[in-house]
Design a binder for this molecule. Structure first.
Ligand code: AMP
Ligand code: MG
Length: 327
């Protein structure tokens, strides 16, 4: 299959393809999504096939306005509308009771559905052109780093899908915050750019999911995401970074440091890819830095950020390293 790449001039085609049951990749403010008609089991199946994604890992349903919630969820609590008013369009996914219109294939077999309004003109344009909710996970092959540029999607999806909408580099860079509103006290299942500190004033109370996943709250939580194809470990300071770098260089592994400018400078390591110097920059740059690193190098040293502001980034770094950190 030929994979077309283009911008808003291909929105009408994108809408048609979605209605016909084909997957279409599109940019959002978080990462690129691989979208299909949320009501059509065959379309959803095509997404799982293109990604090689486990069937019990639910997709997020994307809508373009709060009014469209009616076609997606039932018994929607008032808090959901309040949250949409404050944070949408934006990187917040709400887990609600699923409407019978949404097939279980879309929700990984769950009775709940994750819903969000993406903050990107091409994403909103595609939903409007398709005139239905669009189910979409990240547009990477399952187990690989999420795509933050159209070229990343092409790497993973070339020949497997008919269309990639190109919106340049995504602004936020990590996946949305997932908030479960079906519990007595709302729970953050996946941290993202919308933090507990931002949600608490609107909700009163919010819990952060922590600890071992024994029975997964969301089936997706049990999968290790975002693994680079080469080994990747955390390093927590300039001395450990330097020592680990020299050790791996000695083994002929062609290592690279992926870190803040601050750590790169202090470590004196020349083979380095910058994540900038703020939590926002680290979020925006992490996935593209990992894709760059795995292409050119054989061993990744990834800064083990500390501090509450880095919590969402730290969550992805734990997944990329499998929790391995050199202290
Ligand atoms: P992806 O966008 O590829 O990260 O995949 C969507 C993710 O959203 C899943 O892996 C879950 O973490 C989360 N998600 C989607 N729907 C639900 C749901 N009904 N309940 C809990 N989490 C969900
Ligand atoms: Mg994903």
């Amino acid at each position: 299959m030929e994979t077309k790449v283009g911008k808003e001039e291909l929105l009408a085609l994108g809408g048609e393809l979605i209605r016909e049951g084909f997957p279409v990749a599109f940019p959002t403010e978080t990462v690129y999504g691989l979208g299909g008609d949320a009501y059509n089991e065959k379309a959803v199946e095509a997404i799982f096939n293109a990604k090689g994604r486990p069937q019990d890992n639910p997709l997020i349903v994307h809508i373009s306005s709060p009014k469209e919630l009616e076609g997606v969820a039932v018994d929607v609590p008032k808090a959901a509308y309040k949250l949409f008013e404050v944070f949408s369009p934006g990187p917040l996914t709400l887990v609600l009771k699923k409407s019978p219109l949404i097939p279980k294939r879309t929700t990984g077999g769950l009775d709940t559905v994750g819903v969000r309004i993406p903050d990107h003109p091409l994403a909103l344009g595609l939903i409007k052109a398709a005139a239905r909710p669009i189910a979409a996970p990240s547009a990477n092959v399952s187990g690989r780093v999420s795509p933050t540029e159209a070229s990343h999607v092409l790497e993973d999806m070339k020949g497997k899908i008919p269309l990639i909408l190109d919106g340049g580099k995504t602004r936020v860079g990590i996946e949305s915050t997932v908030l479960d509103l079906t519990k007595d006290i709302p729970v953050i299942l996946r941290p993202g750019a919308v933090t507990a500190g931002m949600l608490a004033p609107v909700l009163g109370a919010v819990k952060v999911f922590s600890g071992e996943v024994v029975v997964a709250e969301a089936p997706g939580m049990k999968y290790k995401h975002y693994s680079p194809v080469c080994p990747c470990v955390g390093v927590n300071g300039p001395q450990t970074a330097r020592a680990e770098y020299e050790k791996r260089e000695g083994e002929g592994l062609n290592p690279v440091l992926v870190a803040s400018d601050n750590l790169i400078e202090k470590s004196g390591i020349k083979n380095a890819i910058s994540l900038g110097n703020s939590p926002e920059a680290a979020m925006a740059n992490l996935f593209s830095a990992l894709r760059k690193a795995e292409k050119k190098f054989g061993y990744i040293l990834l800064e083990w950020f500390e501090g509450a502001d880095y919590y969402p980034v730290q969550n992805r770094i734990k997944k990329a390293t499998g929790g391995a950190v050199i202290r």
